[in-house]
Design a protein around this ligand. Structure first.
Ligand SMILES: [Fe+2]
Length: 475
């Protein structure tokens, strides 16, 4: 193959792996707790071949890394998602589908791209209804064998899912239901949203398709005990703009944020659209409601990175997200989305104790940036080199920063089913710049500042990944 082209998202931490490995017994430094048993899956973009078009790192082929913890020992395995796109490129030996704009596809493959159900399966991963599903947001989920990481193909919930599925479903810890949304649900750049509810056994129980105020990238959504929120923020998508050679997705801050609020007991006909300032949030931490007042925490950008303005000019460089609280008082005469920052340090890739999803909670963990440590990505000072534990009730932050490491999204694992909220472990895959290798680090969730209590060293790099999931070992 050719060398990787000169692109910051194909170098260093971001440089794709060209191999699939199985490491049965990683070298342990410190101690991996013996009561931490299960598999931590990560998913991220890892292009199989050097991209032909300008590379956007949301479009690389999905690669899953699985770290299995067994009585103090850790194994590691990585495999590509063998999607239809992956197999076509493997067969032809050339990059065909690398761009953000589907119209850049060679004409003989355009119908394939516009009708493809599998995409690149690179964004997230969940285990629900006894299936391991890789999620993107422009296509169906993609199933993998959880033990071997063998690709199984697209999954449509026994024929019930006919639209895309987002990468940020929510599991109700009380019912076990999986709720998820879809955006541009009926085709590229459509203004249709979808809402789905799948029961704990994996059968679809509710499916709705309805109109958004405008066609936008709706990466995440929020579920509370009594409401479902669809936050439509102005990274807009426009096929006409793409056909004029302008950005298919662009930041359009003259459009307001509109949050659709739907009672969980209702239907999309009951949605109230409530306005707020233009902003962008890729990831919400959690939300809850009390007497008609909805409160949620979000990793909030005043303007987003990675997307240009509608005329193609860049957005301001080096923007940072911070944790903000959004409140919506449904009892008000003219409710509005109120937004206020909770802290001034960076906050992205938030996770919670999953037993407290959708309900009142205290504890969250996320990646952050210690900017006293120099960034090493050319042209950017946005580097996630720190893990923060934040108490949303007290505002207290507990932080650990790596001197020469990049951190990926953390994962919280309760110490036991009966443990108090936030009592457990935080897992994080950390890339060490000086050695070009990675380690799976384990923290005491209530003492992040003490640093990792154990590290399982991989002998090579685990490139950047977006999201992960924890699957406890079977008893
Ligand atoms: Fe995400």
């Amino acid at each position: 193959m050719q060398p990787w082209p000169d692109n910051a998202f194909l170098q260093g931490y971001y440089e794709p792996l060209t191999a699939e490995c199985t490491a049965p017994d990683l070298v342990i430094e410190g101690e991996i707790p013996a009561d931490l048993n299960g598999t931590f899956y990560r998913n991220g973009p890892n292009p199989q071949l050097p991209p032909k078009n300008e590379y956007h790192f949301f479009t690389g082929d999905g690669m899953v890394h699985a770290f299995t913890f067994n009585n103090g020992r850790v194994s590691h395995m990585n495999r590509w998602a063998r999607t239809e796109r992956f197999k076509i490129e493997q067969r032809t030996g050339q990059s065909l589908f690398s761009g953000m704009n589907p119209l850049e596809t060679p004409p003989q493959y355009l119908d394939f791209v516009l009708n493809d159900k599998e995409g690149v399966a690179n964004t997230s991963i969940i285990y629900h209804g006894d299936r391991l599903l890789l999620l993107e947001e422009g296509h169906l989920p993609f199933e993998m064998n959880p033990d071997t990481l063998e690709s199984c193909g697209a999954w449509n919930f026994y024929g019930k899912l006919n639209t895309t599925m987002s990468a940020h479903p929510k599991v109700d810890p009380v019912s076990g239901d999986l709720l998820f949304h879809a955006y541009m649900a009926t085709g590229p750049f459509s203004d249709d949203l979808g809402l789905y509810r799948v029961d704990a056994a994996g059968f679809m129980q509710e499916a709705h398709v309805f109109k958004a105020p405008y066609a936008a990238m709706v990466h995440d959504f929020v579920v509370t005990e009594n409401y479902i929120l669809f936050p439509v923020m102005p990274i807009t998508g426009d096929m006409g703009r793409a056909m004029e050679g302008k950005p298919p997705f662009a930041w359009q801050p003259e459009m307001p944020t509109q949050v659709g609020v739907m009672p969980r007991a209702g239907t999309p006909d009951d949605i109230r659209w409530i306005e707020g300032d233009a902003c962008y949030v890729f990831h919400f931490m959690n939300g809850h409601d009390h007497n008609g007042v909805i409160t949620l925490e979000a990793c909030h950008f005043d303007s987003p990175p990675l997307f240009p303005m509608t005329d193609g000019t860049p957005t301001p460089p080096n923007v940072h997200p911070s944790l903000a609280r959004w409140t919506i008082d449904l009892n008000a005469a003219n409710p509005r989305v109120n937004m206020a920052y909770l802290a001034d340090h960076g906050a992205e890739f938030p996770v919670i104790d999953p037993r407290f999803a959708m309900r009142e909670y205290s504890h969250g963990w996320y990646t952050s940036s210690d900017r006293t440590i120099p960034a090493r990505i050319p042209g950017s000072d946005v580097v996630y080199n720190a893990i923060v534990h934040f108490n949303v009730k007290t505002g207290q932050a507990d932080t650990y920063a790596f001197e020469s490491g990049y951190v990926a999204e953390p994962m919280f694992v309760p110490r036991s089913a009966a443990a108090a909220e936030g009592d457990g472990y935080v897992l994080c895959c950390v890339y060490e710049i000086t050695t070009n290798t990675s380690a799976l680090c384990v923290f005491d969730a209530q003492n992040i500042a003490a640093g990792p209590i154990g590290r399982a060293h991989v002998s090579h790099r685990v490139p950047v990944s977006f999201h992960g999931t924890w699957v406890p070992a079977k008893p």
